[in-house]
Design a binder for this molecule. Structure first.
Ligand SMILES: Cc1ncc(COP(=O)(O)O)c(C=O)c1O
Length: 238
């Protein structure tokens, strides 16, 4: 975020955070959602802080922008039946808000439990010899590093793996769900075809799309279940 903010300042751009997977995360003590000009959060049912259906929020420290956002979410008007511009119906509905209100006090505890689960994966994958470094052949599993100053909330526990798609199928046959976030980088999505990017233009993003894998993680996951996941990964590479 520091590098992006510096770039944005240099070129007079605004940083809009996609904090959909980052509720509660911090960078040098500042929360995700407060690091740029504005941010978007998702409370979709799979998220760390989730509603019963679609929900989300935007944040900003810019008063004028906040006012405009309030208006845009409400058919582009500040006063009922008076529309200053064309907006949307993007109000958070009361049922979703009620669910979120009950869950918010538990968020910190749930995020801490995810932290614990992430540490356990690191320990177990390393103990299983899957993350060796410096060997002739690249390690089957590469753990993602967290930079000093970053506090992750592990919406996903992502590793980079060799033979990703075969591993994924192997795990699936043994009852272990996994996901790929995301299989197609933005610059190669059909909807952005008009930007005329081609494969090879953003090699790091493309490599990540080919080798990232998210392992099961949630606050209630048990260490025995994690052991099983790691055993299955070890079996695949043995
Ligand atoms: C990183 C990221 N951005 C944006 C979104 C979109 O969130 P929503 O579907 O609530 O609009 C998601 C949801 O999966 C996400 O993971």
């Amino acid at each position: 975020m520091d590098s992006l903010s510096a770039l944005a300042a240099e070129f007079k751009l605004q940083v809009i955070e996609d904090a959909a997977q980052a509720v509660g995360a911090t960078w040098n003590g500042k929360r995700a959602g407060s690091l740029g000009t504005a941010a978007a959060f998702s409370f979709y049912p799979t998220k760390n802080l989730s509603a019963f259906g679609d929900a989300g929020a935007v944040t900003t420290n810019n008063g004028a922008m906040a006012e405009r956002m309030r208006s845009l979410r409400n058919h582009g008007g500040k006063q009922r039946y008076y529309h200053d511009e064309v907006g949307w119906n993007s109000r958070l509905d009361a049922i979703q808000a009620a669910v979120l209100r009950v869950k918010i006090p538990h968020l910190q505890k749930w995020n801490a439990a995810r932290h614990e689960r992430a540490r356990a994966y690191g320990r177990l994958l390393t103990a299983a010899g899957l993350t060796r470094t410096g060997a002739e052949s690249p390690a089957p599993v590469t753990l993602l590093k967290t930079l000093p100053g970053a506090d992750h909330i592990y919406h996903q526990y992502v590793v980079r793996v060799r033979d990703r798609d075969k591993l994924r199928a192997f795990l699936s046959e043994r009852g272990v769900g996994s996901e790929i976030y995301y299989p197609i980088p933005l610059h190669l999505q059909k909807c952005f075809g008009y930007l005329v990017y081609a494969p090879g233009d953003l090699p790091e993003a493309e490599r990540a799309a080919q080798n990232v894998l998210a392992l099961p993680i949630f606050a209630e996951l048990e260490e025995d279940e994690q052991r099983y996941v790691v055993e299955m990964i070890a079996e695949f590479y043995s």
